[in-house]
Design a protein around this ligand. Structure first.
Ligand code: TXA
Ligand code: MG
Length: 314
């Protein structure tokens, strides 16, 4: 029922036509697959919540293909323009004052005065947004409560029969969601660590506050949001009987069921593998997953954030 579209000109034309007709279409970005709909069409946006089975209406990130489009939907001050020029296209979402007259569905913004904007770097995402000629609202293309999808097969496993199509663009190169930076307040705040390292942001902006109350203004950040079925145990240096191992780096203990995020200890590789490995261990029937320690710098911050959510009580 859900069409798997190839990453060809024809596939993108078909996907764009579906989006313009108000359908929901999943597509690859450099971070994770998004579940897109025309952000100016309230019924199309409502279809996203329905397909995901999201219990509440969270604001959705609006994806655009260039800076001109971004400027139509939000007010950029000098600081915001600087950040956008430094890091877009790329795995960074900016929260900015919304231009409420610009035609974005208020459901997509969940009624807020701000908008989360993202200019993805993935060539298929940008080509699709251009072809659709619309701003595209897109959360991660998973069922509510599941980990984000990093392949078209992950999307199908969660949403087959519930959405019109998936553009198959292979695995997502970054593998964790975008960093979310709130620039709508005088001091910049990091609402979610993600695919752009906080060090890179701080090199431009100076120290950036981690906003601990993120779930209040970013309701999608609830603790158990990324939960697999298995119990997840962090900072594991040994294995309990029957536990599967999610390793990182060389010299991991032997386990009957084990995957390594990066045998060489490379954090970018680990981020790219994170959600696929969690899904694979879950699908293999692991009841418990012991996770090796992950260093807290660079992409390690986003990986540790997602693992902490996966380990939280459901
Ligand atoms: O990498 C990503 O960001 C992926 C790809 C598809 O772009 N998208 C993604 O969307 O992760 P989602 O919906 O799973 O997470 C977006 C988060 C949610 O926690 C939402 O509450 C928050 O962004 N958000 C969106 N607009 C916001 C706003 N105006 N103020 C505060 N938080 C906002
Ligand atoms: Mg999500």
């Amino acid at each position: 029922m859900t069409r798997l579209l190839p990453a060809t000109d024809q596939g993108l034309r078909d996907a764009a036509a579906l989006l313009r007709a108000g359908e929901q279409v999943a597509f690859p970005t450099e971070t994770v697959y998004g579940l897109g709909a025309d952000a100016t069409n309230g019924a199309a946006v409502a279809g996203i919540y329905e397909a995901k089975g999201r219990p509440s209406f969270n604001p959705l990130i609006i994806h655009v293909a260039d800076l001109d489009a971004a400027g139509r939907y939000a007010r950029f001050d000098t600081r915001a323009r600087q950040v956008a020029e430094a890091f877009w296209p790329g795995p960074l979402t900016l929260i900015l004052p919304a231009r409420k007259e610009a035609g974005l569905s208020s459901l997509a913004l969940a009624g807020l005065e701000t908008v989360g904007l993202r200019l993805p770097a993935h060539p298929l995402a940008r080509a699709l947004i251009r072809a659709a000629d619309r701003p595209i609202a897109a959360p991660s293309a998973n069922r509510s409560g599941h980990v984000s999808p990093t392949t078209a097969a992950h999307v199908m496993a969660d949403l087959d029969g519930r959405i019109a199509a998936v553009v198959n663009g292979g695995p997502c190169p970054v593998g964790v969601e975008s960093s979310i930076l709130d620039l709508s307040t005088p001091a910049p705040r990091l609402l979610r660590p993600g695919g752009l390292s906080t060090e890179a942001l701080e090199a431009l902006l100076g120290p950036v506050e981690r906003f601990e109350g993120a779930e209040i203004i970013a309701p999608g950040m609830m603790a158990s949001h990324y939960a697999p079925n298995a119990r997840v145990r962090l900072e594991a240096t040994n294995l309990a009987p029957g536990e599967a191992l999610l390793g990182f780096g060389p010299g991991m203990p032997e386990a009957a069921l084990s995957l390594n995020l990066s045998p060489s200890g490379d954090l970018a590789e680990a981020a790219a593998n994170l959600f696929a490995h969690l899904r694979a261990l879950d699908e293999a029937g692991a009841t418990g997953i012991a996770v090796a320690p992950i260093p807290p710098h660079g992409l390690g911050e986003a990986i540790r954030d997602r693992l902490a959510r996966a380990a939280a009580e459901k």
